[in-house]
Ligand binder design. Structure first.
Ligand code: AMP
Ligand code: MG
Length: 319
């Protein structure tokens, strides 16, 4: 398995563009966390210590929600062999939101895809076989994640890769706001959150990368008090036998998503929702995703179709 990551390059592009037009240079900290490059920028007169507050917040929630940190809540849940596990209140809230989006997206978003993901990560030359996927499928499904008390049935396992970055961005925002910050940009591996607007009250400008050439920008949108979460095949993929397979998996089949979309950027007030929804929309494909988003209030999107055309929902303001 080779998981290729272009996120850092895209994130750098996003930040370069968002910096344009800001009045005074922001206080900036870049750091590695969540298996990616993260950058926090504080605008206005926020105290410099808040950069460390942001880093600490990311690290705290990574320790709680990473599968690979041995005593994280997620690792304990996955290792409990079906027994009930006591989880932190924040973890409980995150899993409840994950279950809600699983139900509302008819399973397009599903944090129990872990058994499928394990097969893709173990593959060396070719995608997992139909038989292996069918066997793993018996352990996949949101109903295997049970609440009150939290426990996993049927040998299921949880992976929060499609929702944790957005959820953690919300936590960073909360911490910064509580400390008096009113203007900041938080970039967690290309998952971009605008806390407030620029100090002069105008919206931030956030670039969306061109999935066909992620070092180039496709378009730039206005953003204030929102998160932009992008899901796409170009960000991370499995390369097997010279073929690239998206890291986003269809929970119905376990197969890597290959449809009429190159990427979806979802814009929502809360990062947790933007992140879950961008993954779900990518799985759904263009028509189904657009119809689904029409049923939600306050959620906008930029779809990039395989022919390279971008389709924007009505509320997206481009620059
Ligand atoms: P994102 O980049 O937010 O779309 O999340 C993709 C990551 O979430 C993958 O690397 C997997 O860890 C996980 N994942 C893949 N497919 C799904 C899915 N259909 N639902 C939930 N999580 C998924
Ligand atoms: Mg996501």
């Amino acid at each position: 398995m080779r998981l290729v990551q272009a996120v850092a390059r895209i994130a750098a592009l996003c930040l370069l563009l968002t910096a344009c037009g800001a009045e005074a240079p922001p206080q900036t900290r870049s750091f590695t966390a969540l298996d990616t490059l993260c950058t926090v920028k504080l605008y206005g007169d926020a105290p410099q210590e808040l950069l460390q507050t942001a880093v600490d917040t990311v690290n705290t929630y990574e320790r709680l929600w990473s599968r690979t940190v041995a005593d994280s809540d997620v690792a304990r849940l996955n290792a409990a062999g079906g027994e009930a596990v006591v989880l932190a209140t924040d973890t409980s809230a995150l899993l409840q939101t994950a279950r809600t989006w699983s139900a509302r997206t008819d399973g397009a978003f599903d944090v129990t895809i872990a058994p499928y993901k394990a097969l893709w990560e173990a593959a060396t030359e070719a995608p997992p076989s139909a038989q292996a996927l069918a066997e793993a499928g018996a352990r996949v499904g949101a109903t295997h994640l049970q609440q009150d008390p939290w426990r996993l049935t049927n040998g299921a396992a949880v992976d929060l890769g499609a929702i944790a970055k957005g959820a953690i961005a919300d936590k960073v925002c909360d911490a910064l706001k509580a400390a008096g910050c009113t203007s900041a940009l938080i970039d967690l591996g290309g998952n971009m959150t605008a806390l407030g607007a620029k100090p002069d009250g105008t919206p931030f400008h956030i670039a969306i990368a061109d999935p066909r050439d992620p070092s180039a920008m496709l378009l730039t949108v206005e953003a204030a008090d929102v998160t932009l979460s992008t899901s796409g095949s170009y960000e991370r993929y499995y390369e097997l036998g010279g073929v690239r397979y998206s890291h986003i998996l269809d929970p119905q089949t376990g197969r890597s998503v290959d449809n009429d979309l190159l990427s979806v950027t979802v814009i929502a007030a809360r990062g947790i929702d933007a992140d879950a929804l961008s993954t779900a929309c990518f799985v759904m494909g263009f028509e189904r995703a657009r119809a689904f988003l029409d049923t939600l209030d306050g959620v906008e999107a930029v779809f990039v179709r395989t022919d390279g055309t971008a389709v924007l929902t009505d509320g997206v303001r481009t620059v």
